[in-house]
Write a protein that binds this ligand. Structure first.
Ligand code: PRT
Ligand code: ZN
Length: 338
């Protein structure tokens, strides 16, 4: 027996804190909030959450203080400008998206990076900006600021800034416009350079599989419809991001099949209208709660298992599944039904 527990470094409070906690809960980990604000226990697994400022996460993980960490790619890239970040990154998490951009006052006639030559640029990301300036053959003075970068031109501290932009509202409120894209960012799951202790390897692997499953199912949809055989190819091509759809013969309908597919992308009303125009009917779009991907196997989930059951039922004479969602695939949201 051992008391050793895995550690995941997460942002204590801030823009990534809630989504990180959702990911962890989504992986079936029960967070036990304790008196120790720095370390929360996971009740049902030998795991602790190390709750720190996001700036500390890359170092904690790189030094092995935590086996895993959730942090913005921008913070990671700024911390380790000379490392191969792909070696540290386990997966991209699809939240906390933003861009690091150069911005200048609205009245500047900006004609490209050369405008920055010899100017002062305020930023909290001196390493990333320094590299970008070098790549663009520009020599400029970098003024490092911890926060409130957007006020630098008004305060005459700098001619331009390089800061994170999400909606663009902050730039607009400060009379500035974004120009060049320096870096695209989102939250990433990172891992320590050394393998976890052997007694925790099983928990570690389980965790990575589950995180992958939660991320894969976010935004993914299970789509079902009936389709005329004559337009089947066309209809399948219209289903966005569909991976190997299942085609099943409908009982007593020689000309029509049921099509079931897992879509890795959002399915918009526009797509449903087009599917209907191509002859699809009884179209259902269902949210997917959990998904476990496996090797080279096509995606298989609860809903697939239910389909196999309903397939057996149908061949015994019960109604086709495209008109009715399989029980296990039912999610929190309501299905769109045309
Ligand atoms: O306290 P701690 O050090 O942990 O947190 P922090 O204050 O350093 O970071 P925090 O919580 O603000 O952001 C954490 C991470 O969220 C960042 O490192 C990014 O990866 C990600 N993220 C996503 C953002 C934004 N969007 C964002 N818009 N981080 C900051 N901003 C700021 C930006 O700096 C600017 O001031 O929001 C403003 C711009 O927003 P818009 O919507 O007006 O364009
Ligand atoms: Zn920070």
């Amino acid at each position: 027996m051992t008391d050793r527990r895995l550690r995941i470094a997460v942002q204590k409070s801030g823009r990534l804190a809630d989504r990180s906690a959702e990911l962890i809960s989504g992986a079936g980990l029960r967070i036990l909030k304790g008196a120790n604000e720095l370390l929360y226990r996971i009740e049902n697994q030998p795991i602790d959450l190390l709750r720190v400022r996001d700036d500390d996460i890359p170092t904690f993980v790189a030094d092995g203080v935590a086996e895993l960490g959730i942090v913005g790619y921008n913070v990671l890239a700024e911390h380790f400008p000379d490392r191969d970040l792909e070696e540290m990154i386990v997966q991209r998490l699809g939240f906390g998206s933003c861009t690091l951009k150069v911005a200048v006052p609205n009245d500047v006639d900006y004609a490209g990076p050369k405008w920055l030559e010899g100017k002062r640029i305020a930023t909290s990301y001196p390493n990333i900006l320094g590299k970008w300036l070098k790549d663009n053959g520009v020599t400029a003075e970098i003024v490092e600021m911890r926060g409130a970068v957007e006020v630098a031109p008004r305060m005459k501290i700098a001619h331009a800034i390089c800061d994170l932009v999400s909606t663009g509202a902050t730039l607009e409120a400060n009379g500035m416009k974004a120009t060049d894209l320096v870096l695209k960012s989102e939250a990433v799951l990172i891992k320590a350079p050394h393998a976890p202790p052997s007694e925790l390897a099983h928990t570690y692997d389980m965790l990575l599989r589950r995180f992958d499953g939660v991320t894969a199912s976010t935004g993914a949809k299970y789509v079902m419809m009936n389709a005329p055989k004559t337009h089947l190819d066309e209809i399948i091509r219209m289903i966005p991001g569909a991976d190997a759809p299942t085609i099943m013969q409908l009982a007593g309908r020689e000309d029509t099949v049921a099509v079931h597919a897992v879509c890795q992308e959002n399915v918009f009303w526009d797509t449903l209208d087009k599917l209907k125009a191509a002859g699809a009917s009884a179209i259902l779009v269902l949210p997917i709660e959990k998904m476990m991907k496996g090797g080279e196997e096509p995606l298989k989930n609860n809903a697939d298992l239910c389909l196999e059951k309903s397939e057996r039922r149908r061949t015994q004479g019960s109604p086709g599944p495209a008109g009715k969602p399989p029980r296990c695939a039912r999610g929190r949201d309501r299905a769109h039904h045309l």
